[in-house]
Design a protein around this ligand. Structure first.
Ligand code: ATP
Ligand code: MG
Length: 555
């Protein structure tokens, strides 16, 4: 590959990093992933994780994990724990211990005092409404607060009293003295500190003033000497403010670069909305297999590789778009096709009696575990007089043999790894439902040693009745029925897919699955990929459908 081609295959962030390393502007790559612990991580966060940790890996740098825990109201330790375990599950290791913006509250307080001393910050006694009204709009210069020109001494005194708890919540704030006429609203004297007499999940009751995100985030990057602060596009307009703080405080010059958020079809990527789904009981929890959280995908059967490959394929863009969910589904099919052993699982069982098979005879047949991976070997499949096939695989009155390759009166099919059988009859219950069907097998047609010369088009899966394992199967589908949830005008809850879960209570699985453990993954032949769920008990296995074998939506 020529230098030029190599350069073109890099994304714009990699191009910037390589240029900086070459010019000597930067000596090392130090990134961070900065989640706010106010919910579980979703697929959008995976993009940020893969980007930040991936760049650190690629350029021999380091990546910090920092919890942006400056808002004491919404944060919980449960979220911190889930975030750590999700990152580890993806296979990444953060540099040193996990960090917390709240660890920097003392430093941030000192930064604030330093800005007051330089005349760049002031205590404003106006109400929130007055402050907001004073900002006016981008095309009209803002109105300066009557408190804007307080003396340094007075500001120092008032800020100390804010910290000491002498004032009520909402009675005053600390603002940066930037530029009330800037066309960028973030520069119109943004709020740095608010009074909040709230317990914090890490600092307890030590503080009753808390820094705003815009005064904590950029400064935390500087404190950790992050070279590349990567964030999503909505922070572009905040960048001049972060640069202003760095300049006025003369601290480490972290550089912010924005990239497009990941938006995914049929999916919401907003912690606020995901929390609402959980709290209102539309799903069973943050790790419901329909949730686009990393915990949900994991329980659904998505592998770390499938998520990482997906995110890499999406790439890093500078403009927002929406990614086709088929790409994510393709990624998990591709991964499990290589890794998952094939088994027979019958979702809607119909009993077949092989009438010319001796009553108690059991023959052990050999089945291939994974045609994509010879090293996966074979397994034993007991075959007996009574078996189950899918109810869909039989029709009482089927169309012509050129259109219907499965079972029907007088029709022949191969039972995979076993024999060719011919349907000789069936029995109906009083309700008109087919109760069982009758077949005869041809002893000359055993798979692997068939000398009959017979040709049949249909091959069916089956499970021996006597050896079958009972299971519950949860057929998950997309949580929403609308592709682009960013452009809807009504409540997103109106777009929930009412058929996102179908539970099959009494599926029949092949005997080898008796020993399956939670987390084990399989391909149920002709149906899809499935994972054993944590709800499984000794009495009953529970399987989640990860994804169907083929995309059944794109028609
Ligand atoms: P949400 O809107 O879901 O609350 P957020 O951006 O507020 O998302 P944070 O916990 O602040 O969530 O995000 C941590 C990091 O993940 C940030 O750097 C953020 O830019 C990034 N991130 C969040 N959502 C996405 C997304 N959809 N695509 C890419 N990166 C994302
Ligand atoms: Mg946020």
């Amino acid at each position: 590959m020529s230098e030029n081609e190599k350069h073109e295959s890099l994304n714009f962030i990699e191009q910037m990093i390589e240029a900086d390393l070459k010019s000597g502007k930067r000596q090392s790559v130090h990134t961070r992933f900065p989640p706010e612990p106010n919910g579980y991580l979703h697929i959008g966060h995976a993009k940020s994780i893969v980007l930040n940790f991936g760049l650190a890996e690629k350029y021999n740098g380091t990546c910090n994990l920092r919890f942006d825990d400056t808002n004491p109201v919404k944060e919980k330790t449960e979220y911190v724990d889930s975030i750590k375990s999700n990152i580890e599950w993806l296979g990444y290791k953060w540099s040193g211990e996990a960090r917390y913006a709240s660890d920097y509250f003392d430093k941030l307080y000192d930064f604030a005092v330093a800005l007051i001393k330089k005349g760049f910050a002031y205590v404003d006694d106006q109400s929130a409404e007055q402050i907001s009204a004073g900002r006016t709009n981008p095309s009209t210069p803002g109105i300066e607060s009557p408190f804007r020109n307080r003396s340094v001494e007075e500001n120092l005194d008032l800020f100390a009293k804010m910290r000491a708890g002498d004032f009520e919540e909402g009675s005053c704030v600390l603002r940066a003295k930037v530029d009330m006429s800037s066309p960028n609203m973030h520069m119109r004297d943004p709020i740095m500190y608010r009074i909040r007499k709230t317990h914090h999940h890490r600092t307890g009751d030590k503080w009753c003033i808390y820094p705003n995100y815009d005064f904590a985030h950029g400064q935390s990057d500087s404190i950790e000497e992050i070279t590349y602060s990567l964030c999503t596009l909505e922070f572009r307009d905040h960048r001049p403010l972060y640069e202003w703080f760095i300049e006025k405080l003369e601290i480490f010059p972290s550089e912010q670069t924005e990239f497009a958020r990941l938006n995914l079809g049929y999916t919401v990527v907003s912690k606020r909305k995901l929390l609402q789904l959980v709290e209102e009981g539309h799903v069973t929890g943050w790790d419901d297999p329909r949730m686009p959280t990393l915990s949900g995908y994991r329980r659904r059967g998505y592998t770390p590789d499938s998520i990482k490959n997906f995110v890499k394929k999406v790439g890093v863009a500078r403009r927002d778009g929406i990614t086709d969910i088929a790409l994510l589904e393709h990624s998990i099919r591709e991964d499990l096709n290589k890794k998952a052993n094939r088994v027979f699982g019958i979702q809607n069982p119909l009993k077949v009696v092989i009438t010319n098979w001796q009553d108690d005879r059991v023959e052990i047949l050999q089945a291939t575990n994974n045609p994509e991976d010879e090293s996966a070997g074979t397994r034993d499949m007991p075959f007996s007089r009574e078996i189950y096939v899918e109810r869909d695989d039989f029709m009482e009155d089927p169309p012509s043999p050129r259109k219907w390759f499965r079972l029907g009166p007088d029709r022949e099919v191969r039972l995979k790894y076993a024999y060719i059988v011919k349907c000789t009859g069936f029995k109906k219950g009083d309700d008109g439902e087919i109760e069982e069907i009758y077949c005869e097998y041809d002893p000359e047609t055993k798979s692997g040693q068939d000398a009959s010369g017979k040709k049949v088009k249909g091959t069916l899966g089956w499970v021996s009745v006597e050896h079958a394992v009972d299971a519950e199967i949860r057929l998950y589908d997309r949580l929403f029925k609308t592709e682009n949830l960013n452009t809807i005008e009504d409540d997103f809850l109106n777009h929930l897919n009412p058929d996102s879960l179908e539970v099959i209570k009494s599926a029949k699985l092949e005997a080898s699955l008796a020993s399956a453990q939670p987390g084990d993954q399989f391909q149920f032949e002709r149906q899809g990929y499935f994972i054993v769920d944590q709800d499984s008990t000794d009495e009953k296995l529970v399987f989640n459908r990860t994804v169907t074998l083929r995309d059944s939506w794109s028609k």
